[in-house]
Ligand binder design. Structure first.
Ligand code: CS2
Length: 443
């Protein structure tokens, strides 16, 4: 089967949208660590749209830290791939052209450092998932994890080269689901630099920024069926790097860049001075309800998010979490309507064409649960209110950690499994000296 590539682009069916700019003449302006399905359906898609609208020189070099999988999928295709937006009854396909290619850091470390150090690079962005930040339970940097194959090492080496060459700094843009992701990244980077390159600290502080972002788009892991559907729509061309996503997308970015940036606001992103209210609502409502549906849904025998939300008991629980427990803890931005947000989330979860596996959301609970549920729990308890939905979610998480849904996929899996075998799992997890530090303490 022929692959999608710059050579086969012209043979695509007319209804498939494709890049409107000359890819070859564009410079790389962004180096992105963690070029998984989410980045391809979100930031790279916005960047492609900005270049379609006339912006220039914002091609992306993707970096995978260890796995060569994505490089093997994308490089033979010249970086091209399909984003299929799947609503209940139709799929709209677009070929995205903004990725120049993918480097595998474990195989070509010098090329990754050179990409960060290149004069045209202005933004280094990250989608490395919550665990990729290598945080200890108390949120400080775990230096054992942040070793020579972490993004900290490559970014630092690239910045050192920039400083030596007298080049401008860069914007470090976290696109992960972490509360206050910009401030957290900045603090963790500084901890790394203070230990490994203390002389670079003043240069970093004066020349680089770490804006916060709220990123939102539901992107299930691509399946073989998705690839077959895309190949059919591409007139028989194989696309090993395609992603299937929902029509909805949102990107709220703190407008605090060290230098130039794409005109993402022309293609739907919101550039604001304060991301906090959007980020908090998204983490506590969308992601909070997602994790609830994942653990309670798996326990009830469901496989997909759309099945779980169609279960009346689980839907009531998700509504309770979003409207009665999370929403009252959030101070909305002007024009932010949390009730309408909850309505929209229920409709998005119900999209029957997205096969979003609950087990995908259930992974890495140790990194997700504290910020998705425990802040909500703490705020409510301070006001004397209980949170029955979150309590139910915690019980279902413990059930999951006991292995009832299969092997536990979590960087702390072994420790978690031991903790939930104790007499009081909540204390073993969250009590004084417990496994996970959170500002909430079980009574
Ligand atoms: C999900 C998120 O896997 C998960 O934990 O809750 O990936 C979610 O789909 C995205 O944050 C939506 O923007």
């Amino acid at each position: 089967m022929k692959r999608l590539s710059p050579d086969t682009l012209a043979a695509l069916p007319a209804e498939v949208a494709r890049p409107l700019y000359d890819r070859e003449s564009q410079e790389v302006g962004i180096v992105h660590f963690g070029i998984g399905a989410f980045h391809r359906a979100h930031q790279a898609w916005y960047t492609d749209a900005a270049m379609n609208a006339g912006d220039r020189d914002w091609m992306i070099t993707g970096v995978s830290l260890r796995s060569p999988g994505v490089a093997r999928q994308m490089n033979p295709q010249g970086g091209l791939y399909t984003v299929a937006e799947q609503s209940a009854d139709e799929a709209a396909l677009r070929i995205v052209g903004s990725v120049r290619g993918v480097l595998v850091a474990s195989e070509e470390p010098d090329a990754v450092i050179a990409a960060v150090a290149a004069p045209a690079t202005r933004i280094v962005s990250l989608t490395v998932t919550e665990k990729g930040y290598c945080r200890r339970a108390d949120a400080t940097l775990d230096f054992d994890l942040a070793h020579s194959l972490s993004f900290y090492y490559f970014v630092t080496q690239g910045l050192l080269a920039r400083a030596k060459a007298g080049l401008p700094g860069v914007t470090l843009l976290s696109c992960d689901n972490l509360a206050d992701n910009g401030a957290k990244l900045e603090s963790l980077m500084l901890q790394y630099l203070e230990r490994h390159e203390p002389d670079l600290v003043p240069w970093f502080a004066a020349n680089c920024t770490c804006p916060s972002t709220m990123i939102d788009r539901i992107v299930p892991a691509t399946t073989d069926e998705d690839r077959a559907m895309v190949a059919k729509a591409l007139g028989g061309l194989e696309d090993q790097a395609c992603v299937v996503t929902e029509p909805f997308s949102q990107w709220v970015i703190e407008d605090r860049f060290a230098g130039a940036r794409p005109r993402w606001e022309d293609v739907g992103a919101q550039l604001v001075s304060e991301v906090g209210p959007y980020e908090t609502a998204k983490l506590r409502m969308l992601n909070g309800a997602h994790s609830l549906l994942a653990y309670c849904g798996l326990r009830a025998g469901h496989e997909y998010v759309h099945e779980a939300i169609a279960d009346p008991d689980l839907r009531a629980l998700a509504e309770q979490l979003m409207r009665q427990e999370a929403a009252p803890t959030i101070t909305p931005a002007p024009n932010q309507d949390l009730d309408a947000y909850a309505d929209a989330l229920i409709a998005r979860f119900a999209n029957p064409s997205l096969n979003h596996r609950l087990i995908q959301i259930a992974m890495d609970g140790s990194q997700k649960v504290p910020q998705r549920w425990l802040e909500t729990l703490k705020h409510n308890e301070q006001q004397g209110r209980t949170c029955p939905a979150i309590r139910e979610g915690l019980a279902a998480w413990v059930h999951h950690l006991q292995g009832h849904n299969g092997p536990v996929d979590d960087p702390m899996a072994d420790k978690l499994s031991r903790a939930v075998k104790s007499d009081n799992p909540m204390i073993a997890l969250f009590g004084d000296g417990g496994l996970l530090t959170s500002r909430w303490r079980p009574q």
